[in-house]
Write a protein that binds this ligand. Structure first.
Ligand code: KIV
Length: 289
């Protein structure tokens, strides 16, 4: 049983959720049986407490992605994202959730040097956030690191295909695996990360046939983003699927148009303030007598 509760003493509290059992890495891993997953796994990104509260009932996993670099901080890529940013947002998302497994991305530069460096930083993420897993990008070269972490008690999500932290070597964010050689490498990467003990693998930005091949080839659930409907689960950047940005990758489906709705709300507020229509008596403190 989770002992998790939201502090209702804060000024913007929502009712405490009923504490329940949080999703675990072994339970998610066990969703894939004999190569198939009966019900696809639902994963979305979350970076803040309130968004975590809203998404949590609908997701098996919440990912505190390093995409927060662009989405929250307006950075040009995920490269400048720091461990401190990931820990602060990771802790907020854990505070706002009670059902989903929360996984936190290891930022660029925090794990590539050695398995020991990765363990020091991954354990810090787990201690400071309360999350239950980390995600790291990379294929065969990262397999010894994945194994090192898993054998020391840190559940790991792999991430192969388009790996945004490698944008400078990849040369952009286009779909991967178009050439036979690269296709074989990505398949090999996924198999190696599976063998190293990751409990699931994110496959990003690859041709559908390659995503299908990876999903059949590995024993753990494959979570697709810009991959294939046949993956064992799907993940999207929440702000993309809510329509907060004008431009999004082709693989994003917009389930809302929040950018327009927020703009309209701000415009309505601005007009009422300028005409002294806000605040009204309803929003004003007056003496009771
Ligand atoms: O950083 C992120 O949001 C991610 C997802 C796109 C999978 O890694």
């Amino acid at each position: 049983m989770s002992t998790f509760t939201i502090d209702t003493a804060t000024s913007r509290a929502t009712p405490s959720p009923v504490p329940g059992k949080r999703m675990t890495a072994p339970a998610l891993r066990a969703r894939k049986v004999d190569g198939s997953t009966a019900e696809p796994i639902v994963m979305l990104t979350a970076y803040t407490m309130r968004m975590a509260q809203l998404l949590d009932p609908h997701c098996e996993m919440l990912l505190v992605g390093d995409s927060l670099g662009q989405v929250i901080y307006g950075l040009p890529s995920t490269i400048p994202v720091t461990l401190e940013m990931m820990c602060a947002h990771g802790a907020a998302v854990v505070r706002g959730s009670w059902h989903a497994l929360v996984a936190v991305d290891m930022p660029f530069g925090s794990y590539e040097q050695s398995p020991e460096q990765a363990f020091a930083n991954a354990s810090r993420i787990l201690k400071e956030t309360g999350c239950a897993a980390v995600k790291l990008e990379g294929g065969a070269a990262m397999a010894p690191t994945v194994e090192f972490l898993v054998q020391r008690g840190i559940p790991v999500i792999g991430h192969v295909g388009l790996t945004p932290q490698a944008v400078n070597t990849l040369g952009g964010y286009g779909a991967r695996g178009r050439q036979e050689q690269e296709k074989r490498k990505i398949l090999f990467d996924a198999r190696t990360i599976d063998a190293a003990g990751a409990f699931c693998i994110v496959v990003e930005g690859v041709l559908e046939e390659l995503a299908d091949e990876i999903t059949s080839a590995v024993s753990v659930p494959v979570i697709g983003i810009g991959a294939s409907a046949n993956c064992d689960g799907q993940v999207l950047v929440t702000d993309d699927m809510l329509g907060l940005f004008e431009r999004t990758p082709r693989f994003v489906k917009r389930y809302d148009d929040l950018a327009t709705r927020i703009g309209e709300a701000a415009q309505a507020y601005a007009e009422e303030v300028r005409r002294r229509r806000f605040p009204t008596a309803d929003q004003t403190y007056r003496s009771k007598a």
